[in-house]
Ligand binder design. Structure first.
Ligand code: SF4
Length: 435
């Protein structure tokens, strides 16, 4: 009787990369492997890498080197994901200690490379959930991106957009629902462009997908991330406003708000258009939570441009915001834009500090206004060894990226929804008591 093989996974990067790792692990499980929670116990170490920007690449390389250094006798190391896709050939030459390399997830590709035969039942994989919460799952609705934003390497790594068929996504959601999932988060590089690429096999656009998920599952919370400021019409917004199971949460990276920056960034919208879309979302979906991402220090950005960004952030008052300083990425369109005046690192950092300072004030004021409010909380986990009972989230908190809710009073079951009253709040946490 062959010894059961044990596999340990290190997942790096975004939720889209996480779904790839989950599909990979599921293939190994179907082949009788067992997942373990430490490298020391494993026969195979799977490192699913991110290769988006410099810090992510460094983290991936350091993680690989650490596992090579700590490798047990006969232990095999597998490297997959974006870094492997982007720099596979160079890395293979530099890191001969790695046993198997694979790029982005392709059903059966890696296990075949390892001399194994993929199990039949992987057609629509019943996925191993790396997120750690049985009641939540990311559902990737498309791979790749049609846009060519000047600072972004993703189209080079993940290719043009390919939307999954609505029927396949619904089937996966139904399987996830059967396995106890109460919240799915729909993800892609550009979720609002779902089903709109040429020769798409989706069988419809984002609204059609949402309608199909609402009609064919009873999943209580359906959330979306990674909107692009396009294809956002009244019908879509009204659908979200009127359907209780569509979470009132819009994640839309805007990157900037000055035409003088948006143009060379190759973002396909003007500042006025962007402002109009944001104001319409606020108007059409009362109480909506808005999350965004901004990029400061893009070559050519002037102080006046930055002031325009701050004006929009001050007006829209995003509930959640992630700010980044531009970092040049080889092979991206901006590298050829030699005429653009680089922004001094110190200026870019000062601008990011100003963005974060303003955002902190907005979060503090929003938190203050939440005290005494009634909210619906999903209980994510028991708060071990802490004064709190549970950690959870409201509709306003997306998994992994947003603040959490701390339950100070009340009992319940993990993975269930509970009504609660906000008894205290800080810029980055809400304290509630269950009712
Ligand atoms: S929309 Fe732009 S930033 Fe987002 S993945 Fe596509 S190219 Fe990159």
């Amino acid at each position: 009787m062959a010894k059961q093989q044990k596999i340990f996974t290190v997942h790096l990067g975004c939720s889209k990369n996480q779904v790839d790792a989950e599909c990979l692990i599921t293939e190994f499980l179907h082949l009788g492997f067992k997942t373990v929670d430490s490298a020391a116990k494993a026969d195979y170490i799977l490192i699913n890498t991110c290769g988006f920007i410099e810090p992510a690449k460094e983290e991936a390389i350091n993680t690989i080197l650490a596992h090579i250094a700590g490798r047990k006798k006969n232990q095999k190391i597998i490297v997959t994901g974006c870094l492997s896709k982007r720099y596979g050939d160079e890395l293979k030459a530099e890191l001969p200690e790695v046993d198997y390399w694979a790029g982005l997830y392709k059903p059966g590709e890696l296990v075949r490379q390892m001399g194994l035969t993929p199990a039949e039942s992987c057609a629509v994989p019943m996925r191993q959930n790396l997120g750690g919460f049985k009641h939540h799952a990311y559902v990737k609705i498309a791979e790749g991106c049609e846009r060519q934003c000047a600072y972004c390497a993703i189209p080079k790594i993940r290719g043009r957009q390919v939307s999954r068929p609505i029927s396949e996504i619904v089937e996966e959601a139904q399987m996830l629902e059967k396995s106890g999932v109460k919240e799915i988060t729909l993800i892609a590089q550009d979720t609002t462009f779902y089903g709109r690429e040429k020769k798409s096999v989706a069988g419809g656009n984002l609204k059609d997908l949402l309608r199909a998920l609402l009609d064919n599952t009873n999943i209580p919370w359906i959330r979306m991330l990674y909107w692009y400021p396009a294809f956002i019409d009244d019908e879509l917004l009204e659908m979200i406003a009127n359907e209780p199971r569509l979470v009132k949460y819009i994640d839309m990276p805007i990157q900037h708000a000055s035409d003088n920056v948006l143009k060379p960034m190759l973002r396909k919208y003007a500042a006025k258009e962007l402002r109009d879309i944001l104001l319409k979302i606020r108007e059409k979906i009362p109480g909506v939570t808005l999350r965004t991402t901004v990029l400061v220090g893009f070559p050519g950005e002037t102080h006046e441009d930055f002031e325009q960004l701050m004006d929009l952030l001050g007006e829209i008052r995003f509930e959640h915001l992630g700010g980044f300083v531009f970092s040049p990425e080889e092979g991206t369109p901006v590298m050829a834009m030699k005429k653009l005046e680089p922004v001094a690192e110190s200026d870019a950092r000062m601008r990011l500090d100003a963005v974060n300072e303003m955002q902190e004030e907005i979060c503090a004021e929003n938190a203050e206004n939440m005290i005494g409010k009634e909210v619906t909380v999903i209980l994510d986990e028991v708060a071990e060894e802490s004064e709190f009972h549970f950690y959870g989230r409201t509709e306003a908190n997306s998994m992994d990226v947003d603040d959490i809710v701390r339950v100070v009073e009340g009992d319940g079951d993990v993975g269930t929804f509970r009504k609660a009253i906000v008894v205290d709040a800080g810029p980055h946490e809400l304290d509630v008591k269950l009712i």
